[in-house]
Design a protein. Structure first.
Length: 178
């Protein structure tokens, strides 16, 4: 899926593990502030296991690429086909923040989920205080549902409160969001 002339989404592939690992290691402090899995990402093999697991799941994951260079991940998680709902998770390298890349990627995944996957509800969760992340669903017309108290455990044993946003198929119109 093309997002901009030089930015696209590509389905996750078996050989993406090294790029993902190298990006996480290079930005461990930045990414680790909000993403608990970063602390456990200690080898290409660990990342390969994540890729292998993701490739076997029904939830689709995409690499975000600029000029074909890996810059982040986005995908569906915890899809509940019986209830026609899913969650979108994402992360992006720090130097590519503020360019509208993730907003456009989320918009495209919403369109894809509503039009092709039979999804009726999409949610996005973001740690309280992670305004760069929480601004994305706000920009796209998602409704703020509330705070999931102590919703995510971090490696240091602390819990983060999580903001929950959602949008329903009947509320979403490409071009009228953002």
């Amino acid at each position: 899926m093309k997002l901009f002339d030089d930015v696209s989404l590509r389905p996750l592939q078996w050989d993406d593990a090294t790029d993902i690992y190298n990006t996480i290691v290079a930005q461990k402090e930045y990414l680790g502030r909000w993403l608990p899995f970063v602390a456990f990402t200690d080898s290409v093999q660990f990342t390969q296991e994540f890729v292998d697991s993701s490739m076997k799941m029904e939830d689709e994951t995409f690499t975000i690429r600029k000029d074909n260079k890996f810059i982040g991940l986005i995908g569906f998680k915890a899809t509940d086909k019986g209830n026609c709902k899913t969650e979108i998770g994402y992360w992006l390298s720090s130097e590519y923040q503020g360019q509208g890349i993730v907003t456009r990627a989320v918009e495209q995944l919403c369109k894809y989920a509503f039009e092709n996957l039979g999804i009726n509800r999409i949610q996005i969760k973001s740690a309280v205080g992670n305004t760069q992340s929480s601004n994305i669903p706000k920009r796209l017309g998602f409704s703020f549902e509330g705070i999931e108290r102590a919703g995510e455990l971090f490696p240091d044993g602390s819990f983060a409160d999580i903001e929950v946003y959602s949008i329903l198929k009947k509320e979403y119109t490409i071009g009228n969001n953002g």
